[in-house]
Write a protein that binds this ligand. Structure first.
Ligand SMILES: Nc1ncnc2c1ncn2[C@@H]1O[C@H](COP(=O)(O)OP(=O)(O)OP(=O)(O)O)[C@@H](O)[C@H]1O
Length: 249
């Protein structure tokens, strides 16, 4: 966690953020406050609304209600903040016949970004060689996705399940990469189902279920009474499901 967590504005703030599909609120009145400088973990069951929330923050999905800000600029004007946001969401897309370096060069050219830092970016995510993207392993694809997210030197980095499907060594490497991004002074918001990873890496937690916020705050606050994140997480959802069953019976 960076010193910027103390007394600075939020990197992300939302109030009443809502998205409905087919009349159902999949994100339902979400109030988020992610302090600048933290690694924030967004966790919740399948279908809880994590990706939809991230897509709204990135201007990819228009909220049906609510407002907020990203890096101090209004959520309703993504063009004002997206130059300072890097993201990897739902499987990065790259040209299959080009190497990682060439892919990043193309992205830099398209985005009007300086390509000078590309070799250093590839080194920091641990990508070497000039294999074409189509021959990359899943772990290599995720690494390249993160390098691409860092191309524009963003203040905020949003990663949707970056360790999904990786082997244990890949998961450990991803942990190091996320920490190093934060050590640079960047705020990171990462969604994940890997609770032990989240517990190790994230100093801020957001737990959502059915589109609603169940917890938000420092990881240390949730864990203060003892137990690990998995226990706390499962007990939140056991309580929710028991209440739901109680209502329907
Ligand atoms: N474009 C869409 N049209 C209709 N329904 C959608 C759309 N996008 C998402 N949904 C629905 O919204 C709900 C939340 O989806 P979302 O992908 O945000 O969940 P998630 O928490 O990211 O889940 P997972 O952990 O499985 O990735 C799901 O029920 C999903 O089917």
């Amino acid at each position: 966690m960076r010193a910027t967590m103390r007394g600075m504005t939020n990197a992300i703030r939302t109030r009443g953020l809502t998205k409905r599909y087919g009349g159902r609120a999949v994100v339902d009145g979400l109030d988020l406050d992610v302090p600048a400088g933290v690694v924030a973990g967004l966790i919740g069951p399948n279908g809880a609304g994590k990706t939809t929330t991230l897509r709204m923050l990135l201007g990819l999905v228009r909220p049906d209600a609510g407002d907020g800000s990203v890096n101090g600029a209004p959520l309703g004007r993504p063009a004002a903040y997206l130059p300072w946001v890097g993201a990897m969401i739902e499987g990065p897309a790259f040209y299959p016949g080009l190497s990682g370096a060439r892919n990043l060069a193309v992205q830099a050219a398209l985005g009007g970004l300086d390509p000078a830092g590309i070799p250093a970016l590839l080194a920091r995510v641990g990508l070497t060689g000039d294999k074409p993207f189509q021959r990359y392993s899943l772990g290599m694809k995720q690494r390249l996705g993160i390098a691409a997210a860092l191309l524009g030197d963003p203040a905020l980095v949003i990663l949707d399940e970056p360790a999904n499907g990786l082997d244990p060594a890949g998961i450990r490497d991803m942990r190091g990469i996320v920490r190093s991004i934060n050590d640079d002074g960047r705020t990171v918001l990462v969604s994940s189902h890997l609770l032990s990873e989240v517990q190790q890496v994230c100093d801020w937690l957001i737990v959502i279920g059915d589109g609603r916020r169940l917890f938000q705050g420092p990881t240390s606050e949730l864990l203060a009474g003892g137990g690990d994140l998995e226990e706390h997480y499962l007990s939140m959802f056991t309580a929710t499901f028991t209440a739901t069953e109680g209502r329907s019976s």
